[in-house]
Design a protein around this ligand. Structure first.
Ligand SMILES: [Zn+2]
Length: 134
């Protein structure tokens, strides 16, 4: 499992979040307590790699400094941002891989993990969702 931050856990086998043992509520990223019933009895839950697009938008303009990693904005590529509803019902906020096919609410999506290289050479495991291949 790649762990970018203590509570953000994922790999090619799926996103790992939390489930409250008392009220059964799901959370992603992982949490140490339940915001639904205040219980601290939590267990890890693998939400899998596939879900459906619940809502989305696209980022057509490069963000301004300091949020943009590169000095040259000509290589900026449009990306999507959206919520994926996983089979258990939890909604995961994620970057979306933009393709030639238009996004549609309810579309089947799949997890894709990769390694992002920062300008300083450091690497960061990241995930995004893309339209599920037939
Ligand atoms: Zn709970």
């Amino acid at each position: 499992m790649d762990t970018v931050y203590e509570n953000l856990v994922f790999d090619d086998n799926g996103l790992v979040g939390s489930q409250c043992i008392d009220c059964k509520e799901y959370f992603f990223p992982k949490t140490k307590s339940c915001s639904n019933c205040s219980s601290v009895d939590m267990t890890n839950k693998n939400f899998g790699t596939k879900g459906r697009l619940w809502s989305w938008t696209t980022q057509n303009l490069a963000p301004k400094a300091p949020y943009f990693l590169h000095d040259i904005k000509e290589d900026y590529q449009i990306y999507g941002v959206g919520f994926i509803e996983m089979p258990c019902g939890v909604k995961v906020k994620s970057r979306l891989q933009v393709s030639t096919v238009k996004f549609e609410i309810g579309q089947r999506m799949e997890l894709k993990t990769s390694i992002l290289e920062k300008p300083n050479g450091e690497t960061l495991p990241v995930f995004e969702f893309r339209i599920e291949k037939e």
